[in-house]
Design a protein around this ligand. Structure first.
Ligand SMILES: [Zn+2]
Length: 295
């Protein structure tokens, strides 16, 4: 098997990893009182994961145990509805996985143990990978990662069978900020039609790489006219006031990995509560405009 199966091989431990770990250990030392205060704030929190490798199975179970104690864990669509309708009455959380790694079927099995679901954002170009060499090339050239096994048609249908939601993640996983407007149709519409021919209607979109700088206002405006219920980043933040704008909501999703210590994940999620929340207009304005200087 030419693909990596363990997260310790996928992400090698560098001196930076240990420095970050130590810094987060210090930062996560909030007082219990402070933690309780923040934890009770009504909000919708979305998580963005990519993998549950074989050495992450136990930590994912522990993470779900923690999350289900702290939040009402709901489906992605339920969380989006709460944001769209500004009905945010309790700490609420939904999970999502990007890119379609085959190891995510392990996540599905564990989610089912807890009676939970997640949304899987997929680039349908993975369906064109006919063999291991194609998959390795796709990982390297499009996802910019070490080789991992990618889902095919059968695995994607298994997600549906297991009650998971499917979201769209562009056709070929480009950096959207680099896309010319003439590619929008292929990346945003044709690929969606391919995915929908397999899984039925797809309502949610997440852009590849996930930072504001990886997207564009032009692409947002184009996608907002394509009847999506939501368009998601992988920028840290939570939703406290809902989305009062008439346009398709732009969402925060916190990137996390299941093997991280829970106190580090908790630190990021509680810190979100202390951060100012962008209004819909500010959120849209934080996206770069092609040809404009960005800082
Ligand atoms: Zn991606």
């Amino acid at each position: 098997m030419p693909f990596l199966a363990r997260q310790v091989d996928f992400r090698r431990r560098t001196p930076r990893f240990y420095a970050r770990h130590l810094a987060l250990d210090t930062l996560s030392l909030l007082s219990r009182r402070q933690r309780l205060q923040l934890a009770h704030t009504p909000r919708v929190q979305l998580l963005c994961l990519h993998h549950i490798f074989e050495d992450e199975e136990d930590s994912f179970r522990k993470l779900l145990n923690y999350l289900t104690q702290q939040y009402q864990v709901v489906s992605y669509s339920t969380a989006v509805d709460a944001i769209r309708n500004s009905q945010i009455n309790a700490p609420t959380l939904a999970l999502s996985f990007d890119d379609g790694f085959t190891c995510c079927l392990r996540a599905v099995r564990i989610l089912k143990e807890f009676g939970l679901s997640a949304c899987f954002f997929l680039p349908p170009a993975i369906l064109d990978c006919q063999n291991d060499a194609d998959k390795i090339r796709f990982c390297q050239d499009r996802l910019k990662i070490a080789p991992v096994d990618l889902m095919g048609r059968d695995e994607i249908l298994q997600l549906l069978d297991q009650g998971m939601e499917i979201g769209y993640h562009t056709q070929t996983h480009p950096r959207v900020s680099d896309l010319l407007a003439e590619h929008f149709q292929q990346e945003f519409e044709e690929g969606r039609a391919t995915l929908e021919s397999l899984v039925g209607k797809v309502n949610h979109f997440a852009w590849p790489f996930g930072q504001f700088a990886d997207f564009s206002r032009e692409a947002y405006e184009y996608l907002a006219s394509q009847s999506y219920a939501s368009i998601a980043s992988a920028e840290r933040g939570c939703h406290r006031s809902g989305w009062s704008g008439a346009q398709t909501p732009l969402l925060y999703r916190d990137p996390i990995e299941a093997h991280w210590p829970i106190r580090h994940i908790e630190y990021f999620l509680l810190r979100n509560v202390t951060q100012p929340e962008l209004s819909p207009e500010q959120f849209a304005r934080s996206l770069p405009v092609r040809g404009e200087e960005t800082t």
